[in-house]
Design a protein around this ligand. Structure first.
Ligand code: FAD
Ligand code: NAG
Ligand code: NAG
Ligand code: NAG
Ligand code: NAG
Length: 532
């Protein structure tokens, strides 16, 4: 080969590589996938494709990873991340993933407790909805359309900008994505007054496995039922949600009363169990517990945190009638707007509401590495039970452990179990969330904490719901069972975790899944299986 020929050949290759950097990759799936996308959308789609050799790949992938347990050098990474700007990009991504045998993971806010929105054990593509985050509020009709890629904080602040007396019943942590949150149920400060977030969804825009764009009317009531709580990533891509906004008074009241064991905490939390679910629906209450050292001695710090839809005086009257032992006084209470209560419960020191727009905000409540599990409680735990719980929390490996009880009852108990896939309604006094968290590398320390929380969960068996032991799909927990790494399973195996999440609604979810995605394209380690 002559030098000039060699030169033009290299130049040709160079140009080819610059214009089509994915040709560097040797992965046939990837090449075919990219070629497929390209053949549909020669120009505009290339701007939203991040392959592993793109300089921004790692920062785009990391952007919403909430749990560093799923961001280690050995964590499997997507071949491509697509951040669609328009619906047709999503349709093309579904189609090209299908035709090339690639698993597709949908990511809205990236808060999945098992990282399922951005980790898969088979070659995969991440469809990241970060650019689908518009929020449209209709104050007059008290409804809103919110896209899945918005975070709760973006939705909240948009509501608050328009009205001080409208709200949406969703979670406390404002960086959670609307897409995953609404797919799995969604509890928050207003659950006893207005139920879960999904109880307030009235329409949705959905893209199915064939790329069809469906709304409530065209998808039918079965599918519309399934996407409101059946868990994300099983049925298709929900692009946006139409929700009812709810009324809140312009002034709400919050307080937190902290007690140690020396200050009668055991009796108070024991009693709270029979009180929290019976208080008026205007009162939300949470009790958190963890070990602390006071004067060089270990004790348990129990924090009673309440939220009330009304003013201080009315709350004090209600608490005198319902839970006088807590000793609520005026000076414990702070009045504020609903939106400020989100900052209060998120323990956000920054008083600017704009902090709710910060998608990369890291809450002091959440360690960078963590494991969480959840239980439902139907009968009060006896005092002797609490004594045993405290002794477990004193263990060395429990140094980062915390428990949070959230009272149910109110509206939660009025909604039938089958109204949505989320079945944990009447008869539940409260749920318990257990968390261990740590900072730093995955190492023996993390293994110790993980082992501790699993042992503790097992220890809690006699105190919590049974047959099935309930679990919450938005508090996804791989320990209760999974599909295989390809997202496939038998009915018998899936029933174990499926009934914990959905009780008898699981059968209807399988029926609907089989109808809308019969070849099981939308799948992951805990996706709803198809019936065979
Ligand atoms: C710090 C923190 C605080 C939390 N607080 C609460 C709380 O107060 N109340 C509560 O109920 N839950 C809470 N959760 C749990 C949270 O609701 C779930 O983790 C939820 O699934 C997260 O949604 P996401 O969009 O951020 O997550 P993602 O990881 O993006 O998605 C979660 C799952 O849904 C799928 N999915 C995402 N978007 C879509 C879509 N558009 N269409 C179809 N499937 C989709 C994903 O593939 C994945 O399987 C909290 C979680 C964390 C980490
Ligand atoms: C990385 O991907 C983005 C989005 O597809 C694209 O705009 C950019 O040119 C790519 N950069 C490189 C170095 O390939
Ligand atoms: C993404 O996260 C990983 C693991 O935490 C880290 O090693 C990497 O440097 C991060 N990438 C960027 C661009 O921040
Ligand atoms: C401790 O709490 C219980 C129940 O809440 C209450 O009946 C009792 O009077 C309290 N004891 C003291 C010393 O405050
Ligand atoms: C508070 O939040 C605002 C909006 O995100 C930000 O501009 C400001 O720097 C923050 N202030 C502090 C002290 O963190």
């Amino acid at each position: 080969m002559k030098a000039s020929q060699y030169f033009s050949m290299s130049l040709f290759l160079l140009i080819l590589l610059i214009s089509c950097p994915w040709l560097i990759s040797a992965n046939p799936h990837l090449n075919n996938f990219l070629g497929c996308l390209d053949s549909f959308y020669s120009n505009d789609i290339s701007k939203v494709i991040y392959t592993q050799n793109n300089a921004s790949y790692s920062s785009v992938l990391n952007a919403t990873i909430q749990n560093l347990r799923f961001s280690t050098p050995t964590t499997s990474k997507p071949l491509v991340i697509v951040t669609p700007l328009q619906t047709s990009h999503i349709q093309a991504t579904i189609r090209c993933s299908r035709t090339n045998g690639l698993n597709l993971r949908i990511r809205s806010g990236g808060h999945d407790f098992e990282g399922l929105s951005y980790v898969s054990q088979v070659p995969f593509v991440v469809l990241d909805l970060t650019n689908f985050r518009s929020v449209k509020i209709d104050v007059k009709n008290k409804v809103a359309w919110v896209q899945s890629g918005a975070i709760l904080g973006e939705f909240y602040s948009e509501i608050a900008k328009r009205s001080r007396t409208l709200a949406f019943p969703a979670g406390i942590c404002h960086t959670v994505g609307v897409g995953g949150y609404l797919s799995g149920g969604g509890y928050g400060l207003l659950l006893r007054k207005y139920g879960l977030a999904v109880d307030n969804v009235i329409d949705a825009v959905f893209i199915d496995v064939n790329g069809r764009i469906l709304k409530r009317k065209s998808m039918g009531e079965d599918l519309f039922w399934a996407i409101r709580g059946g868990g994300g990533g099983s049925f298709g891509v929900v692009l946006s949600w139409k929700v009812k906004l709810v009324s809140v008074p312009s002034t709400v009241t919050v307080f937190t009363i902290r007690k140690t064991l020396e200050e009668n905490a055991t009796n108070l939390v024991h009693q709270w169990q029979s009180v929290g679910h019976k208080l008026p629906g205007d009162i939300f209450s949470a009790v958190t517990m963890r070990k602390v050292n006071r004067n060089g001695k270990p004790t348990i710090l129990v924090a009673f945190s309440f939220f009330f839809l009304g003013e201080t005086n009315a709350l004090i009257t209600l608490m005198k009638a319902g839970f006088p032992e807590l000793g609520l006084k005026k000076e414990h209470c702070t009045e504020m707007s609903w939106i400020e209560s989100i900052l209060y419960f998120g323990q956000i020191q920054n008083k600017s509401i704009d902090v709710l727009l910060d998608r990369s905000y890291k809450s002091p409540l959440n360690a960078p590495w963590f494991k969480t599990k959840l239980d439902y409680v139907k009968n009060p735990i006896p005092k002797a039970g609490f004594e045993k719980i405290w002794s477990k929390l004193y263990e060395e490996d429990a140094e980062t452990a915390a428990m949070a009880f959230i009272a149910y009852g109110g509206k939660m108990a009025e909604i039938p179990e089958s109204a949505t896939p989320f079945p944990h309604r009447d008869g539940n006094l409260y749920h318990i969330a257990y968390t261990v968290g740590w900072d730093g590398e995955e190492n023996t320390k993390s293994q110790r904490y993980m082992n501790w929380i699993r042992k503790f969960y097992s220890f809690m068996t006699p105190f919590v719901s049974k047959s099935p032991r309930g679990a919450y799909v938005n508090y996804r927990d791989d320990d209760i069972g999974t599909n295989n790494k390809k997202g496939e399973t038998s009915y018998a195996k899936a029933s174990v975790w499926g009934r914990k999440y959905f009780k008898n609604n699981f059968d209807k979810l399988i029926y609907i899944k089989t109808k809308v995605d019969p070849h099981n394209f939308f799948k992951h380690e805990q996706s709803i299986p198809v019936s065979v």
